[in-house]
Design a protein around this ligand. Structure first.
Ligand code: PLP
Length: 404
């Protein structure tokens, strides 16, 4: 839909949004009408350089032609029919993902939160059936983010934040340990613990990278205790950090991996992958979803994953991530640049994050804000050095203005 096609002005759309939508987001002050590659275009046709990529979703570029074609073609056959018949797109996608990552089985969901919900449920059922009714405790990290349904929210180690506050008691059976502190995790593991759940890089929590000692130590701790390692790759997965999955940087293999975001290239899909042994926990009727494995989403996701892999966008993410980080480090007021590949956080020496974000917006660059000092960049992985140069120049200008 465009303003022209619906016969409305930008002001009318903004007013109707304010009137009817329950708003939990701070909107950018423009109507996004079109998207292509590295750009999002507003009502006046102005292009915004997209360094948030639908929040780490549009990794093969906004409206990637192959993804769109695959979805269009699938819509000519079947849009949705539920999981009773055998379905070609979901089968081919399952094969692609399982063979690429070296896992036995996949279960489809519609989002990251749901994928994590499935991961938590699978771990609990595996533990309870294998070891007894008390074996359901999960240790996750402080400052983590795993989603907003009650299970995923309970795993989210931010009890004082807006995402927890006011929602009443969380689901029991979760403890939070210090990220990057192996001893803290070790101290939380009890005889009832079935799993440790982690993001390899905390995205929403402020782009905190898991150190090799920590992630390898956690994998070893899980082996030692005979418990599962649950890896949330929803933000880090599918080439963003310079490897297909971020855990691959560490040479470990989690027991269950959750994924979403970049997997679908803009179509809502999430999934977990695991081994035959752990997958057995989900028996007939124990878990399900109406839309999970939807034919159009699966066809689009298959095209998206082929694009990411065939064009080796993990390597571009690595190279451009290094280049961008180098540019950001030279910007006055930037005191810390962290991340891996194209999951990048730039921290300022003062609480000017919001002003910098708005300064970028005025200069047609889209970044996201975490806390009051950090901007996060998760652009499409197709970006070039010229895109990085442009973004860094804008951030430098916005930071200088904000710091005045
Ligand atoms: C690491 C991580 N897990 C889970 C989620 C939730 O995913 P979704 O918003 O698709 O439900 C997010 C979203 O930002 C995330 O970054």
């Amino acid at each position: 839909m465009t303003l022209k096609s619906v016969g409305k002005s930008a002001a009318e759309i903004k007013a109707l949004t304010k009137k009817y939508l329950i708003e939990t987001y701070e909107r950018y002050d423009f109507v996004a009408e079109r998207a292509e590659g590295m750009y999002l275009y507003d009502e006046a046709g102005r292009g915004y350089l997209d360094f948030y990529g639908g929040i780490a979703v549009n990794s093969a570029g906004n409206r990637n032609a192959k993804v769109i074609d695959a979805a269009r073609e699938q819509m000519g056959d079947i849009v949705h029919t539920f999981n009773y018949p055998y379905l070609i797109p979901q089968t081919l996608l399952a094969e692609k993902i399982c063979v690429t990552l070296g896992y036995d089985k996949i279960f489809y969901q519609n989002s990251g939160t749901e994928a994590n919900e499935a991961m938590i449920k699978m771990a609990r059922k595996y533990g309870i059936e294998k070891y007894g009714p008390q074996k359901y405790h999960i240790v996750s990290a402080k400052n983590s983010f795993h989603g907003r349904s009650f299970g995923a929210l309970s795993a989210t180690g931010q009890p004082a934040s807006a995402c927890h506050k006011g929602f009443g008691p969380m689901v029991p059976g979760f403890s939070y340990a210090e990220f990057n502190n192996l001893e803290s995790f070790r101290s939380m593991v009890t005889e009832n613990t079935i799993a440790i759940m982690l993001e390899p890089i905390q995205g929403e929590g402020g782009v905190n990278v898991g150190t090799p000692d920590f992630i390898n130590g956690i994998a070893a701790l899980c082996k030692e205790k005979g418990i599962l390692l649950l890896m949330d790759e929803i933000q880090t997965g599918w080439c963003r950090t310079g490897k297909i999955m971020c855990y691959m940087h560490y040479g470990i293999k989690p027991d269950i991996v959750s994924m979403a975001k970049a997997m679908g290239g803009g179509f809502p899909i999430g999934a977990i992958v695991t081994t035959d042994e752990v997958a057995k926990a989900f028996s007939m009727g124990s878990h399900g979803t109406t839309y999970g494995g939807n034919s159009v989403c699966c066809a689009a996701a298959l095209a998206q994953i082929n694009e990411l892999l065939d064009r080796n966008l993990a390597e571009n993410a690595r190279a451009m991530g290094d280049y961008l980080a180098g540019l950001l480090r030279k910007i006055p007021h930037v005191v810390n640049v962290r991340g891996k590949g194209l999951l990048v956080g730039a921290e300022f020496d003062a609480p000017i994050g919001k002003a910098v974000k708005h300064g970028c917006l005025e200069r047609y660059l889209l970044v996201t804000l975490i806390g009051d000092r950090l901007i996060r960049m998760v652009p499409p992985l197709i970006l070039t050095k010229a895109d990085c140069d442009k973004a860094a120049a804008v951030i430098a200008e916005a930071a200088a203005e904000a710091a005045k």
